[in-house]
Design a binder for this molecule. Structure first.
Ligand code: GLP
Length: 243
């Protein structure tokens, strides 16, 4: 627990840099990092960019897999998760573009795209660390309430609450928010050797309480991390209001 969101971001960025440096990745054995979008990781990305610019970390031997992407939104749309990741992180660091993986929400065959994504994760040896945020309803990636806790990468219809929450990025117009997304599954996240979740703000307090003080429950999909052997939640004081 940190005092505020800025301290959460600084802590997570310090932790990631320490993990990557200790791993000492090489081209043959890269550090495979799972990444989220949303406002929660923005401060972490700012800190990572600053650390890269200060020469504290290189991403040359890091391979990334993003959690999710909207279906049907052009890749260069400002609110696509492709745009988000390049704007907020990738264009500012030295990761080779070929080592960035983001689901293609415009693929002709969405099911095949999801299968290929899972296969690609396997081909690089699995994800070392999956960083995530959550929705106020406890969803991780786009694994909405009711998602199977063993789910894999697939297309998922967004819950009304998520469409409403994300409409702030689409001129507050729910009609402009895509209704379908591709997302890694809860099982995909849980397969990572380590999971780190950022939870900040009073609006996520109920989700944090459900996640750690109640049973593992597919209605609060982040609660699956209770069964993960190496996981950490980094939250701010506001998020602890219901504990
Ligand atoms: C979206 C993303 C999630 C993210 C959530 C919360 O639904 N698919 O991965 O955790 O938003 O976003 P924010 O961090 O902006 O609250």
């Amino acid at each position: 627990i940190r005092d505020n969101a800025d301290q959460v971001a600084a802590h997570v960025a310090d932790y990631l840099v320490a993990r990557i440096r200790a791993f000492d990745p090489t081209p043959a054995c890269p550090f495979v990092l799972g990444l989220p979008t949303g406002s929660s990781p923005l401060g972490v990305y700012r800190n990572l960019v600053a650390k890269f610019q200060a020469g504290e970390i290189t991403f040359r031997n890091v391979v990334t897999f993003n959690m999710d992407e909207y279906v049907g939104l052009p890749r260069d749309h400002p609110e696509s998760y492709h745009s988000f990741m390049w704007t907020n992180l990738f264009q500012h660091i030295d990761i080779p573009p070929a080592q960035v993986n983001i689901l293609d929400g415009n693929a002709d065959n969405l099911e095949l795209e999801c299968q290929k994504y899972e296969a690609k994760i396997q081909a690089v040896g699995g994800i070392e660390l999956f960083l995530g945020g959550i929705g106020p309803d406890g969803h991780i990636a786009f694994n909405e309430p009711g998602s199977s806790l063993s789910s894999r990468t697939r297309a998922k219809t967004l819950a009304y609450d998520t469409i409403l929450a994300n409409s702030r990025f689409f001129e507050n117009d729910i009609n402009k928010v895509p209704k379908l997304a591709l997302t890694v599954g809860v099982g995909t996240v849980m397969d990572a050797r380590e999971v780190v979740i950022i939870i900040t703000g009073a609006h996520k307090a109920l989700a944090l309480a459900k996640c750690i003080e109640e049973g593992v429950n597919h209605m609060w999909t982040v609660s699956a991390i209770q069964n993960h052997p190496l996981s950490m939640i980094v939250c701010d004081e506001d998020a602890t209001l219901e504990l």
